[in-house]
Design a protein. Sequence first.
Length: 279
Amino acid sequence: MTSAGLSPDLRDFSGLLVLVGAGKMGEALLEGWLRLGLNPRRVAVLEPSPSPQISALASRGVRLNPETAVLRDADVIVIALKPQAAVEALVALAPNVSASALVVSIMAGRTLQFLSTALPRSRAFVRAMPNTPAAIGRGITVAVPRQISTDQRALADRLLAATGVVEWIEDETLMDAVTAVSGSGPAYIFLLAEALAQAGAAAGLPPPLAEKLARETVAGSGELLHQSRQEAAALRQNVTSPGGTTAAALAILMGQNGLSALMTRAVAAARDRSRELDR
């Protein structure tokens, strides 16, 4: 099932949503929910080191760092903690988590079994992996459910779709590869822009111009890929004239030890690290 990320309306949510952890991704989700009409008074945030942006939301009605007993009244609990901090934090929160609450986790590597063990009173879980373009509403999230009702799944979809497209899967074993491709993927694209700028400077361009050319080229190409119905390979071929400058560069990038081989190794390393996080 795919959600197209078409700005779901959250004005009719009448329960209580508790966000546990409000780092970059938690903050992006919260801003997306509020942008789509979620009543700030329906939100509580548990974050020991809130950013100025999160702190400012208290003036709009968001409950910032109330007693953990607030979890007893939560209809939805979204866990956006760093995976390394999950064990200690969830042990402290577990006694207050209602058995009827929907628990949505966006922690990398933390499985549904981990969540079930850490929150033994809970029954309904969604494990999700968003990515950082969520901050501008252009993210993609993959989610896998466990023992959730039709209404809970619809609500989880609306919450996750606030920051972009949502893909639902049933096989949780795919989540480590999802994390490696889309969760970590933005860093690979930023590295591409960084490396392209450095290569431009090495080729003789003034560094500021090289950086601007690389930045705009990567951003514009990404938008073209987003809007085009053609596959990435077809778009690449459209730019490549036989015997031309692009072909000369691609002969290096597509060689035996080129970008494809490096990316395969990189994604495998990220996938394996994701698996290790739940140990």
